[in-house]
Design a protein. Structure first.
Length: 658
């Protein structure tokens, strides 16, 4: 039997330490690694060791009670949303870690929501209870934010110190000394509370099964295999979410957690059925020795060495079968549904590619989690001049992490790198360094625009006489404010032959690339050519193009030119107690508040804010919310810059030009 589970949750919730403890407790490691020392199995990249946090999903294969379990230790920071969603796409269930110290946080709800949208069964593991925290208050918070949770464990305390677990369903108590688990007499002072929880849990389970509910209401005791089966079905169908307690640091509850995973969470066949092999690439990673390694989830079917699968890119062969364990690839004799495989030298495979045998699968057969648009942007400036090397490094970077986005700002000529947070971009820069390319980050320039506010008209005349043929073009142009650009040819009587119409419009558009205020592109105008003259010999496309350009610049000066700035719709998720601070800050940034609504334990604020005011908003929000806030940005429209600010922008732009 196989279980494939994504271990997700907010940053610093103890996921990696828990995964390390499970490797140790199941005999896969002789000694536990440490996050602080950079010796854990899953945080093996230089970036993870430097920042002491997970930045890429690590695979943890566990063998326990004759069963194969794959844990996908995903990053906790929302910066690494691509890795988190990739792990959830590859899993049959989500194990959401919640720190007893910190409770439900933004990362908790984000991971929960994505898992829910993918239709994944979910369970919670409460971690770090050895560090403190009120478990019973946390249960209330979990119930309020996540739904019908099912606490199968309660903490056992001695002298105020957490030492073990109380098994709610079986009314048993377990005390831990290091790795040793001992059943101890059930503490009388906890019996009444434990009985109340047992009744609550029992009723929640039987209510999901009509047959069991009838037996329960008739007074029969529901225990054993029937209860376990009902629990499994309820979790599989997303009706109930078990809550376990485990600590990677103290090892308390680690093996009972694996027991619960096997008991409650679904197998691959329960999600995808039986049939021919079906798989998906959920991440890729460039390794200096193995080339591009594709991480593949086998949803159904079996594979043996030498087998092939089909893909949109052609046939994919598996000469050997490897299971990843951190940075290692461990060869296995066969793979069955639920397995996570690593395929080295897979340069033709990309994240999201589907692999199959036989009939090509329908899109709905394969889990897919859409990546949100990145909202933090920097201008990327290479330190060297090797354009080809930079291009190749950026290709590798985007191949590994498609949640990044690369654009070029035409107006400023800047290369822009978009990410999901400061740490995300920092690790991207470090990754480029791994590829041998050093870059610097700088705040990008705002892509302002210019427009006109009133109607104006005038002449542009270009006349040049040299030896032989000269140049002659004469254009009378009218500019009107309009929602978007349009061009109208109102020439009558043949004062300008129609063959020059295209050249004249080209001259207008070329001139509109740089406005008269500060050289920004011009938008929101209608251009009307209504008069002019030509010369039989000296007129040409070039002459009329220059004349039209001259006319545009002259007329725009008279049409009350003004500066526009990009306005973005900003959605901010913040804890309720920080709403006032965030609102005040947004208003100071010239933000227009559009509304507020509750989203679980958080409040979503919606506002329209000038891009110039939120280029480094991630830092402010982190400071205002203690890292508990999150936001998205989406372009909305352009609007006029207030006059006092416009003057400063124009003066600065002219100084740069000088």
């Amino acid at each position: 039997m196989v279980r494939t589970v994504a271990l997700v949750g907010h940053a610093q919730s103890g996921k990696t330490t828990l995964a390390e403890a499970l490797l140790y407790r199941t005999g896969a490691k002789e000694k536990m690694g440490s996050v602080e020392e950079g010796t854990t199995t899953t945080d093996y990249t230089p970036e993870a060791r430097l920042h002491k946090t997970t930045v890429r999903t690590g695979v943890v294969p566990l063998f326990y009670r004759e069963h194969q379990i794959f844990l996908l230790d995903a990053p906790g920071y929302g910066d690494f949303v691509g890795e988190i969603r990739g792990a959830l796409e590859a899993a049959d269930a989500a194990l959401v870690a919640v720190s007893a110290e910190s409770g439900v946080q933004v990362g908790t709800e984000r991971a929960w929501t994505v898992a829910e949208r993918l239709g994944l069964p979910r369970m919670v593991v409460v971690t770090k209870l050895d560090k403190g925290g009120d478990y019973y208050a946390l249960l209330q918070d979990l119930r309020a934010t996540l739904g019908p949770i099912l606490p199968v464990d309660l903490p056992l305390y001695e002298g105020g110190r957490w030492v073990g677990l109380l098994d709610v369903l079986h009314q048993k108590a377990y005390r831990y000394e290091g790795e040793k688990e001992m059943e101890v007499p059930f503490p009388e002072e906890e019996r009444e509370r434990a009985e109340a929880f047992r009744k609550e849990v029992l009723e929640a389970i039987v209510e999901t099964d009509e047959t069991l509910l009838e037996r329960y209401l008739e007074g029969d005791e529901v225990t054993g295999e029937a209860l376990e089966k009902a629990l499994h079905e309820a979790v599989r169908r997303g009706l109930l979410f078990p809550v376990a307690i485990a600590s990677g640091a103290t090892l308390i509850g680690t093996l009972p957690l694996l027991d619960l995973i096997l008991e409650a969470l679904p197998s691959p066949s329960e999600r995808f059925g039986e049939g021919s092999p079906l798989a998906k690439v959920f991440k890729v990673q460039v390794d200096p020795f193995m080339g591009q390694v594709a991480y593949i989830r086998l949803y159904r079917g079996r594979l043996s060495p030498g087998d092939t699968l089909e893909s949109e890119g052609g046939t994919v062969r598996f000469p050997h079968l490897y299971v990843p364990r951190g940075k290692e690839l461990l060869e296995v004799p066969a793979a069955e549904a639920g397995y996570i495989l690593g395929l080295p030298k897979a340069e033709n495979l990309h994240r999201g590619m589907v692999l199959w045998q036989g009939r090509r699968p329908e899109s709905e057969e394969v889990p897919f989690a859409r990546l949100p648009e990145p909202n933090v942007v920097v201008a990327l400036r290479p330190k060297g001049k090797d354009e080809a090397k930079l291009g190749e490094a950026l290709r590798k970077l985007l191949e590994e992490d498609p949640s990044l986005k690369l654009t070029r700002q035409e107006e400023t000529g800047e290369i822009l790198l978009w990410g999901h947070g400061e740490l995300h971009l920092t690790t991207a820069r470090e990754r480029l360094s791994d590829y041998g390319v050093e870059v610097e980050f700088a705040p990008p320039k705002v892509p302002y625009r210019e427009t006109i506010k009133k109607v104006a008209e005038g002449q542009g005349k270009y006349k040049k006489q040299t030896g032989g043929h000269g140049q002659y073009g004469d254009v009378w142009l009218r500019l009107e404010p309009a929602p978007e650009y349009s061009f109208e040819w109102r020439i009558t009587g043949g004062v300008i032959p129609s063959k020059y119409q295209e050249a004249i419009e080209q001259g207008i558009l070329e001139a509109a690339k740089k406005g008269v205020l500060a050289g920004f592109p011009v938008m929101g105008f209608k251009a009307i050519v209504y008069n002019g003259s030509y010369h039989e010999v000296d007129s040409s496309d070039l002459a009329f193009q220059i004349a039209a350009s001259m006319a545009f610049k002259k007329v725009m000066e008279m049409a009350s030119p003004t500066l526009l700035e990009p306005i973005y719709t900003l959605k901010v998720l913040v804890p309720q107690d920080r709403v006032g601070d965030v609102l005040s800050d947004l208003q100071a940034r010239r933000g227009r508040i559009l509304g507020m609504e509750q989203d679980g334990a958080l409040t979503e604020l919606k506002a329209e804010v000038p891009l110039a005011e939120v280029l480094e908003y991630h830092r402010t929000l982190q400071s205002l919310t203690g890292g508990a806030g999150a936001y998205t940005l989406e372009f909305s429209h352009y609007q006029e810059v207030p006059p006092h600010l416009a003057q400063k922008i124009v003066e600065e732009r002219r100084r740069e030009g000088a």
